[in-house]
Design a protein around this ligand. Structure first.
Ligand code: KMH
Ligand code: ZN
Length: 300
């Protein structure tokens, strides 16, 4: 694999210049939904995760969105494993480590809130409940005391100095994002960055018209990336690039590279996204440029 040639100014240049025209590429390598037995290329061990992370950084990724698995390759939010994972990814890469607080649809709110105890750079924060295929991905504003998931999670990110990425699966989630920011103020780092997760059965569809509508409703000054689940991956990627957005790709979101051709590894998805970003003349951002954009602190 060839190393990606980084875009923009050298570290230390003005942040606006360093972050202006580039494309932030996030890789979501594992997710909680695919089974290792069905998708052998899925990275599920710590070694597999770090290896794929290194390859994806070389291919142009700047952020890694992390779900982990247990020894049976089942999704887990085990705190010791999460903490080890953050350390190993920091040791092996320069990527911004964004832990999922969404977990699997079966995970409880308390365990999802406790993800922040692993002290990642960043975390996902989903702004509402959504039907999720045959399941429900539950993200209530008011649940029942003592858990008010969205609010509590957001407050905890601010207390812990973790930069949230607001996951928006539906247009109603954008309204909740406005409510959250209006009630509680700006996130740690001072910058609002969202990820449109499109094409989940039960969420907003993955097409250009919906993307434009969602983007037009975002708070002023917010940046955003988009990802299309399954066969909506390419239409959403093209729409996001043409609308000035950033990209998320990875085997959490799609396990087919093309019709009838399984993904062989996360790096080829990042390579394709990086090539399209280059073609759009908004080449991939380096991790240090992404840190400046998102307000993520340097390494702790
Ligand atoms: N696995 C989905 C139920 C997130 O990471 O924050 C939720 C998800 C969102 O993947
Ligand atoms: Zn996720």
């Amino acid at each position: 694999m060839t190393n990606h040639t980084p875009a923009g100014a050298a570290p230390g240049a003005a942040a606006a210049k360093a972050t202006g025209p580039g494309t932030l590429i996030t890789v979501a390598p594992t997710g909680a939904e695919s089974r290792k037995s069905a998708v052998p290329a899925l990275p599920v061990t710590l070694d597999e995760l770090v290896t794929t992370a290194k390859e994806c950084q070389a291919a142009g990724a700047a952020v890694i969105h992390v779900h982990i698995r247990d020894d049976q390759a089942q999704p887990t939010l085990d705190l010791a494993r999460l903490t080890d994972t953050v350390a190993a990814l920091r040791e092996g890469t320069d990527l911004i480590v964004q832990l999922s607080t969404g977990g699997a649809v079966t995970d409880g709110f308390e365990a999802r809130l406790a993800v922040l105890d692993a002290a990642p750079d960043a975390c996902s924060l989903t702004c509402g409940t959504v039907n999720f295929g045959d399941e429900v991905f539950s993200n209530p504003w008011p649940f029942s005391n003592p858990w008010l998931l969205i609010r509590d999670l957001y407050e905890r990110t601010r207390e812990r100095g973790v930069v949230p990425e607001f996951e928006l699966f539906d247009l109603g989630h954008v309204a909740t994002l406005h409510r959250l920011l209006g009630d509680l103020g700006a996130p740690h780092g001072g910058h609002v960055h969202c990820d449109l997760v499109m094409g989940v059965p039960g969420g907003m569809p993955g097409n250009a018209a919906t993307l434009v509508q969602a983007v037009s409703a975002l708070p002023p000054g917010a940046t955003w990336s988009a990802t299309g689940i399954g066969r909506t991956s390419l239409p959403v990627m093209f729409a996001a690039l043409s609308a000035g957005g950033h990209l998320r790709v990875g085997m959490e979101d799609t396990v087919s590279f093309a019709r009838g051709r399984p993904v062989t590894g996360n790096a080829e998805l990042v390579e394709r996204a990086a090539a399209l970003a280059e073609l759009a003349q908004r080449p991939p951002m380096r991790p240090d440029q992404a840190r400046a954009l998102l307000g993520v602190n340097g390494r702790r």
